[in-house]
Design a protein around this ligand. Structure first.
Ligand code: HXC
Length: 257
């Protein structure tokens, strides 16, 4: 369909969603989030798609939730309407999502990047949770995911000062997995996405579910989930094909079944 706030394309087995509200630094208004959700619905339904890239146009990934939309909201509306609840659409995605952060990832933008599975950054990217400076706090995982990834002291520093950190600092803290020169960011994200999409899509989803269990549950529960998912790979043709191909010294032909 035609979108107002995003660009959306399919490139073989890769879906690319580009936040495209450049004049507002891709501020995450409700309409934009709805379009991202629609694109993800479509990409999840499409069995040809094996990985998804989320990126931003211009000098921002996203400069946060839309402050103009929030300015005159009241408690009764945000609480009663469970404001931002539907943002979980990104973390609920079964297929791997790579954030390619090219510029500002602030507030909800930083949180959105952390909802993705892997973050690649351009060397000019900036990350921050500046909500404190406008009298509110992170509302989509910034106080939770950041603390799990970077630890309490770093997360507290970012959330309490509201100051931005560079791509290289974010890499050192484990928020970002790799930093690239600006022009090389998207090609690198595509290469990563293609590598991921070359594997069995069904086993890839199990892998993602297992890693997320480490993030969301206790070690004991996570180890149990991992073992069960490992067992479940034996219910797939692709597990048999992968092991047979190795023994027969050839490339596997996965059928995503
Ligand atoms: C609405 C925004 C916006 C935002 C920028 N804009 N961020 N509009 N919501 N979050 C708009 C500006 O109003 C301006 O519009 C245009 O984008 C360009 O921004 P400038 O400020 O003029 O650009 P610049 O001087 O380059 O500064 C860049 C910036 C600054 C440092 C990123 O824009 C900034 O501090 N933005 C706010 C960052 C922030 O506080 N994010 C957290 C939001 S709260 P006009 O019309 O004036 O040209 C949040 C809550 C999360 O995310 C809770 C759960 C999701």
């Amino acid at each position: 369909g035609s979108f107002q706030f995003i660009k959306y394309e399919k490139n073989g087995s890769i879906g690319v969603i580009t936040l495209n509200r450049e004049k507002a630094l891709n501020a995450l208004c409700d309409g934009l989030m709805k379009e991202v959700a629609m694109a993800l619905d479509d990409l999840e339904r499409d069995s040809a798609i094996g990985a998804i890239i989320l990126t931003g146009s211009g000098k921002a990934f996203a400069a946060g939730a839309d402050i103009k939309e929030m300015q005159n909201q009241e408690f009764s509306n945000v609480f009663g309407g469970n404001f931002l609840n539907h943002w979980t659409r990104i973390s609920d995605c079964k297929k791997p999502v790579i954030a390619a952060v090219n510029g500002y990832a602030l507030g909800g933008g930083c949180e959105m990047a952390m909802m993705c599975d892997i973050i690649y950054a351009g060397e000019k990217a900036k990350f921050g949770q500046p909500e404190i400076a406008i009298g509110t706090i992170p509302g989509a995982g910034g106080s939770q995911r950041l603390t799990r990834v970077a630890g309490k002291s770093k997360a507290m520093e970012m959330v309490l000062t509201g100051e931005m950190i560079s791509a290289h600092e974010a890499e050192k803290m484990g928020i970002v997995s790799k930093v690239f020169p600006t022009e090389e960011l998207l090609p690198a994200a595509l290469k990563l996405a293609e590598k991921i999409a070359s594997h069995s899509k069904i086993v890839t989803q199990m892998c993602k579910e297992a890693v997320n269990a480490a993030y969301e549950t206790t070690l004991r529960e996570g180890l149990h989930i991992e073992r069960r998912l490992f067992h479940a790979t034996f219910a797939t043709r692709d597990r048999k094909e992968g092991m047979s191909a190795f023994i027969e010294k050839r490339s596997p032909k996965f059928t995503d079944s």
